[in-house]
Design a protein around this ligand. Structure first.
Ligand code: 6GU
Length: 266
């Protein structure tokens, strides 16, 4: 079982948001345990102060080092600390590969800042590694912690249904997933791709692999990795060149030019 501790001034944000869907199932099935600690419970003054004005002035408040230090020491004393992370926009970027790496840890502690961040000396003292979930500013680390927890939970053995695996997900293979279709066959005049109804399992799998490459080329060419072989590219190009404009449209490939795909034929 993976143990994740979250140090946060808003424990309900973590406790509530982890109850749903596959993540909620991971918790109920004890693949994962998430506990919260509130730095406010580690204060000693009557006002339970957790922040103060920044030295030298500036916007916002800064979280005090002491309550965060006490929270970390409390976990360490119980041998529950594990890999220590501070969530901030200054951190190293999170991605699916790091989610898989973190899923192998037995214990993780995520520290959420609020206000204008935490006293730098707490970061220095704790040796926490900093993680960012993207290039935008959040009001606190809680949503980042939830993103980390949910994305790493997908890599826990038994987290996803049988036959499913985070290793088949987008990003893991360096390509996006193919579009999905279900009933009805015709929706608002758009018809699901014919090949999906033919019952040729191997042909369908081949076609899907090509569509994934085409979708990646169309939407996220930056993701295209060298893992994709020239043979796979040639196959995908061949399929694209035979598609009708209705088929391209239903797959979201209308804006992919033949010119671009032809480079794969060379
Ligand atoms: Cl992980 N935390 C905070 N507070 N802001 C962020 C972030 C994390 N990632 C991007 N911005």
């Amino acid at each position: 079982m993976t143990q994740i501790n979250v140090i946060t001034l808003f424990p309900e944000m973590i406790e509530n948001a982890t109850q749903y869907g596959l993540l909620g199932q991971c918790l109920r099935n004890q693949l994962l345990s998430v506990t919260t600690l509130n730095p406010r419970t580690f204060t000693s003054d009557v006002h339970k102060t957790v922040d103060d004005r920044p030295f030298g002035g500036g916007d916002g408040m800064v979280m005090l080092a002491e309550p965060l230090k006490k929270a970390v020491l409390d976990l360490r004393a119980k041998d529950q600390l594990g890999r220590l992370v501070y969530l901030s926009p200054q951190g190293r970027a999170w991605n699916n590969q790091r989610a898989e790496e973190f899923s192998k840890e037995r214990k993780i502690t995520l520290v959420c800042g609020r206000y204008g961040g935490v006293d730098q000396r707490w970061i220095n003292w704790s040796g926490a590694e900093e993680v960012s979930i993207g290039d935008y500013v959040l009001n606190g680390g809680e949503l980042g912690a939830l993103v980390m927890i949910e994305s790493l939970s997908r890599f826990l053995p038994g987290a996803l249904g049988h036959d499913q695996s985070a290793h088949h997900d987008s990003f893991h293979l360096g390509v996006l997933e193919e579009p999905q279709f279900t009933r009805p066959r015709d929706f608002e005049g758009e018809v699901a791709p014919e090949i999906l109804f033919g019952g040729h399992h191997a042909k369908i799998q081949d076609w899907k692999a090509s569509v994934r490459l085409l979708v990646t080329l169309a939407k996220r060419p930056d993701l295209m990795t060298s893992q994709v072989t020239p043979e796979q590219k040639r196959k995908a190009a061949g399929i694209f060149l035979l598609m009708t404009s209705a088929e391209k449209a239903v797959l979201g490939l209308s804006h992919l030019s033949e010119e671009e795909v032809l480079k794969w034929k060379a």
